[in-house]
Design a binder for this molecule. Structure first.
Ligand SMILES: Nc1ncnc2c1ncn2[C@@H]1O[C@H](COP(=O)(O)OP(=O)(O)OP(=O)(O)O)[C@@H](O)[C@H]1O
Length: 600
């Protein structure tokens, strides 16, 4: 077990990349840290059960004394004491057990959250976020009771059942023989039903995950869905998953009902058999009436342990089903070298050397084929090239969102693989193509990775990104909410805010992916100047679709089908590269609308 560095919580193997573990072992690993308290709960449960079990013996003695006319004072006191002890112990064990269950679920959730947030980009590419989040929300709840209450119920039920059977044997062996025959038949039937509960639980939880994934897809692209009249299609998609969850739930309900009937049957059938057979023995004079009554009381007591066993096994099967899904996440590859601390103070800007990169996304044809170029320190290097030529992919590799297959990337002379991902990313600021924001306020977004930035620094960066007037016009200023994914902002405001956020970090390397696509001419010119200014303190790489951006860049790198086909200044490329001439004539335009359309 490891101490999670960001949450400070013990999560079993949270930072490792465990191979898939058998669900039962995983369940025990969640229960293990709480073994002390669980053993206490078990001891309390057993003591409570013993207090309950002793009652029929005392009652039997009371009945016998009533017949002989002996004094009852001691027995009544003992009976009252047993009753009070039984109530007190039940309360205490129930509270401790529930509290531990809550702790287990917190532990499961913390481990899962820490892992999900650090999942490698390639894992995130092939999974749907909605399906992943249900592992944290609903699956973990099922583990909660399996790891604590379920295990305790099982142990308690077994011991209680065994003790009841022994005591029944002491009272009357023939009657116990009758009861055991019923127990065996019903026990076999339960053994058949129980494993099926685990299967339907997994089915139901998978479908719940699919509902989450379907809703995530629809709500994440709500405007596209509305604009394309996709409401019915999206509703159907999520409803189908809900219906599958319903069907699996129904199957589960059928099994639960069957189990409840079987549990009841044990007591009912044994009761009838014991009354018939025991009545005959009393009539024959081979069994005392008090013994028959005592035995019947134990028989009624049998309901408790049987229900405990049934409840415990059901919770365990459900928990194991859910755990199998949770273990899937724990076996996905995560980035284990990120610590989430804010960037350290900036150092001198490094030259970025991309040297012979080869790379392909999983299951796709290779994107980069020996890409090489140098972005000089403290200069603006613009990358241009047709759509899909691998420009954004190079940015992803510079930040180690993916690892290269061949070649290397250097910051000055340091191979980025020798820096941890955290250290590498601390040196870099990245503004993505669509500048997504995190739900929250403008301030939170701005200070996201520079929490200690001073008010003056914030005011300065707002001025430089032409956001000062916009922020001043808002009644709540920087405390205005940006909406989910920043949709309450215009595309241009989002882009300027993303640039402001990046500049506040004072990075050594600034990666800008098409960040002026949504800006009008005036804002674009101002932002370009801001970026040029920033280049005095950092190395800027920008993917450009605007002629105005590339003409002023210190250096241009021309991408073609995952290779660098040329580099130099605008005028040089214009003179010698047919592809560049073509690009300037078609894609690299002056107007934002055409630039955006041409880019994508
Ligand atoms: N996560 C991904 N998984 C699989 N394939 C991807 C992924 N991201 C990009 N690709 C593919 O890799 C190729 C290069 O994409 P990339 O985004 O690097 O191109 P680009 O030059 O930046 O294009 P654009 O100018 O249109 O943004 C494309 O064919 C794209 O479909």
């Amino acid at each position: 077990m490891e101490e999670d560095r960001t949450t400070g919580v013990n999560t079993p193997d949270a930072e490792q990349s465990p191979a898939e573990r058998p669900a039962l072992r995983a369940l025990l690993s969640y229960a293990r840290p709480h073994r002390g308290i669980l053993l206490t709960v078990l001891a309390l449960t057993l003591a409570g059960s013993a207090a309950g079990l002793a009652q029929p013996l005392v009652i039997q003695s009371v009945l016998a004394k009533l017949m002989t006319g002996e004094g009852l004072r001691e027995d009544i006191l003992l009976l009252t004491g047993l009753l009070l002890a039984s109530i007190g112990l039940t309360w205490l064990q129930s509270w401790l057990s529930e509290r531990t269950a809550e702790r287990v679920v917190l532990q499961v959730r913390r481990g899962l959250i820490a892992r999900l947030i650090r999942l490698r980009t390639a894992e995130l590419d092939r999974t749907e976020p909605g399906g992943l989040t249900t592992r944290v929300t609903s699956d973990s709840t099922l583990v909660q009771h399996a790891a604590t209450g379920g295990l305790i119920q099982l142990v308690d039920g077994s011991i209680h059942l065994l003790a009841t059977i022994v005591l029944m044997g002491i009272v009357s062996l023939p009657l116990l023989g009758i009861t055991s025959a019923v127990l065996v038949v019903v026990g076999i039937a339960m053994g058949v039903v129980m494993p099926r509960i685990k299967r339907v639980t997994t089915e139901a939880q998978t479908s719940v995950g699919e509902i989450g994934a379907a809703l995530d897809r629809s709500l994440g692209a709500a405007r596209t869905v509305k604009a394309n009249g996709g409401e019915a299609k999206e509703t159907e998609r999520a409803t189908e998953a809900a219906t599958r969850a319903y069907r699996a739930g129904l199957k589960g309900a059928r099994y639960h009902a069957l189990i409840a009937v079987l549990a009841g049957l044990i007591v009912q059938a044994s009761f009838l058999a014991v009354i018939g057979f025991g009545g005959a023995l009393v009539a024959m004079g081979t069994l005392e009436l008090a013994a028959l009554i005592g035995f019947l009381l134990y028989l009624f007591n049998l309901g408790g342990p049987v229900l405990s066993l049934v409840g415990g096994t059901t919770a365990l099967q459900q928990g194991l089903g859910a755990l199998a899904r949770i273990e899937e996440v724990r076996s996905m590859a995560a980035e284990d070298d990120v610590d989430g601390t804010p960037p350290a103070p900036s150092g001198p800007p490094p030259a970025v050397t991309v040297d012979g990169l080869t790379f392909g996304y999983e299951g796709r044809t290779p994107v980069l084929h020996g890409t090489s170029f140098v972005a000089p320190a403290g200069k603006v290097t613009a990358i241009v090239g047709p759509s899909g030529s691998g420009k954004t992919t190079v940015f992803s590799l510079i930040q180690r969102f993916y690892d290269t297959e061949g070649g290397r990337i250097l910051l000055d002379d340091t191979d980025i693989r020798s820096l941890g991902r955290a250290e590498l990313r601390r040196r870099i600021a990245y503004v993505e193509q669509d500048s997504p924001m995190l739900a929250g306020t403008l301030r939170e977004n701005l200070l996201y990775s520079a929490p200690d930035a001073s008010d003056e620094a914030v005011a300065d960066v707002l001025r430089r990104t032409l956001l000062d007037g916009f922020v001043a016009s808002l009644p709540d200023g920087l405390d205005t909410a940006v909406g989910a994914r920043g949709l309450a902002l215009s595309g241009g405001e989002r882009q300027r805010l993303a640039i402001a956020r990046a500049l506040l970090r004072r990075p050594q390397v600034l990666l800008l992916d098409e960040v002026t696509a949504h800006l009008d001419g005036l804002s674009e010119t101002a932002l370009r100047r801001t970026v040029e200014e920033a280049a005095r303190n950092c190395t800027v790489l920008l993917i450009a679709h605007r002629l105005s951006t590339v003409t002023t860049a210190d250096r241009l790198v021309l991408f073609e089908n995952g290779r660098v086909s040329d580099h130099g200044r605008h005028e040089e490329l214009l003179e010698r590269s047919a592809l560049y001439q073509d690009l300037t004539a078609t894609q690299l335009t002056a107007g934002p609308a055409v630039a955006t359309a041409g880019a994508h």
